[in-house]
Design a protein around this ligand. Structure first.
Ligand code: 0X9
Ligand code: CA
Ligand code: ZN
Length: 397
């Protein structure tokens, strides 16, 4: 009897250690087979990281672990089996870390002082700068030209979403003098690009926990982070399906709208400018989404959004034959409230898009894109980005 008790205690202790030591703070990677996963799927609710050797890897928080244990689901903790791909170039390889982005943006400004200017539009919780680069002729002046907006990295682990807007800036500057179409675009618009909205989260995903999604607010109860893409002020907290009031949740919406310095920075910029169109890059899924996210009914701009995304999808397809499907976020993917694009459209009445970059699913890599994929993904997205800027210029006149 004594022996039996001891064994039970040891098993409990091991489980407790697993619970608290597998991942930093409140997240765990667990592994399960397909039938277990099927019994659990309620659309959009499980965070599947990838499939490997026939098993599914999920990112779950503490409350979910408890729930699964109570339900008697069969799963194992699997933290150590999913390490980030090793790279020769540095901590996050060919992807930009915070300081690499800072360096490269400042380099761009130095190389193209007439048409590029870097702005520090706000500070993160951990005091990193949130950088915007403005690209236009007479860049020092706020001219009466179509203003357009591109942002990446609301979500820390979506590393590819930093590279696409960064490379867009790079491409426009590099080709300004060589390519008359690019010169026309740059001369007639003011292009604002924020490649890394969530520098704290990004750094945390590089150094500590690859699957980190939120920012790094200390919620004061042992949990960290607000989902920046649930913190915007339009229909914020509309329901608990599209965002969560629970600080431990991956989609925690924050204590109030724009509670985060990162979303504040975007709010301030939008209040000073007069943006005509906005794009927010994410990964993964290879789809183009537009508002509403908070409900399934179409927005007043639905026809325009439909037209622009179908054109973008076509332009992307023409580059390498990759199909980006498109549709309204709330009906095509899942419901979200307080996301950036709902706020852009709901507050400023402009077309706004979430572009979920490749890969298409978790079986093809999920949040991991190999370094070799960065340039091809940029190349296929470039014509769509240019098309939106041109559209903004033409409709501005
Ligand atoms: O959930 C999100 O914030 C975005 N997807 S991600 O996997 N990158 O986190 C999608 C936001 C788009 N809006 C809706 N689907 N409603
Ligand atoms: Ca200008
Ligand atoms: Zn995202």
């Amino acid at each position: 009897m004594r022996k039996f008790l001891t064994i039970i205690i040891i098993v409990c202790v091991i489980n407790l250690i697993n619970l608290f030591a597998q991942a930093p703070e409140d997240f765990y990677i667990i592994r399960m087979d397909e039938s277990t996963l099927r019994s659990l799927i309620t659309k959009g609710k499980v965070d599947i990281l990838m499939k490997k050797n026939g098993k599914y890897y999920l990112l779950v928080d503490r409350t979910e672990v408890r729930r699964f244990l109570r339900k008697g689901l069969r799963f194992e903790f699997a933290e150590n089996e999913l390490l980030p791909p090793v790279s020769k170039h540095g901590l996050n390889g060919a992807y930009h870390s915070y300081s690499e982005l800072e360096r490269d943006l400042i380099d761009l400004e130095k190389s193209y002082p007439e048409i590029a200017k870097v702005f520090d539009i706000g500070d993160s919780w951990e005091n990193r700068n949130i950088y915007a680069i403005k690209i236009s002729d007479n860049v020092e002046y706020d001219e009466d030209e179509a203003e357009v907006f591109f942002v990446g990295c609301h979500h820390a682990r979506e590393w590819i979403s930093v590279e696409i807007p960064y490379l867009l800036a790079h491409y426009l500057l590099l080709n300004y003098t060589q390519d008359s179409k690019i010169k026309w675009i740059v001369d007639n618009s003011e292009i604002w690009i924020v490649p890394m909205l969530n520098p704290d989260g990004l750094e945390y995903s590089i150094t500590t926990f690859r699957y980190w999604r939120k920012n790094r607010r200390d919620n004061g109860n042992g949990s960290y982070g607000v989902d920046l893409n649930r913190n915007y002020g339009y229909m914020w907290g509309y329901d608990n399906i599209g965002s969560s009031p629970n600080t431990f949740s991956q989609t925690y919406r924050g204590p109030y709208p724009f509670s985060e310095p990162e979303t504040q920075a975007i709010k301030n910029l939008f209040e000073q400018k007069n943006f005509k169109v906005a794009v927010s890059y994410h990964s993964y899924s290879q789809i183009i989404l537009y508002p509403w996210g908070y409900k399934k009914e179409p927005s007043p701009l639905n026809d325009l959004l439909e037209e622009l995304s179908s054109k973008m999808s076509e332009l992307i397809y023409q580059v390498k034959g990759n199909l980006y499907e498109f549709g309204q976020g709330g009906s095509f993917l899942y419901l979200t409230n307080g996301d950036a694009t709902d706020w852009f459209l709901g507050t400023f009445n402009i077309p706004a898009f979430t572009i979920e970059l490749p890969p298409v699913d978790f079986i093809s890599g999920g949040f991991f894109n190999s370094e070799e994929d960065i340039i091809p993904i940029f190349e296929e997205n470039l014509p769509a980005a240019l098309y939106l800027i041109e559209w903004a210029i033409i409709t501005n006149n």
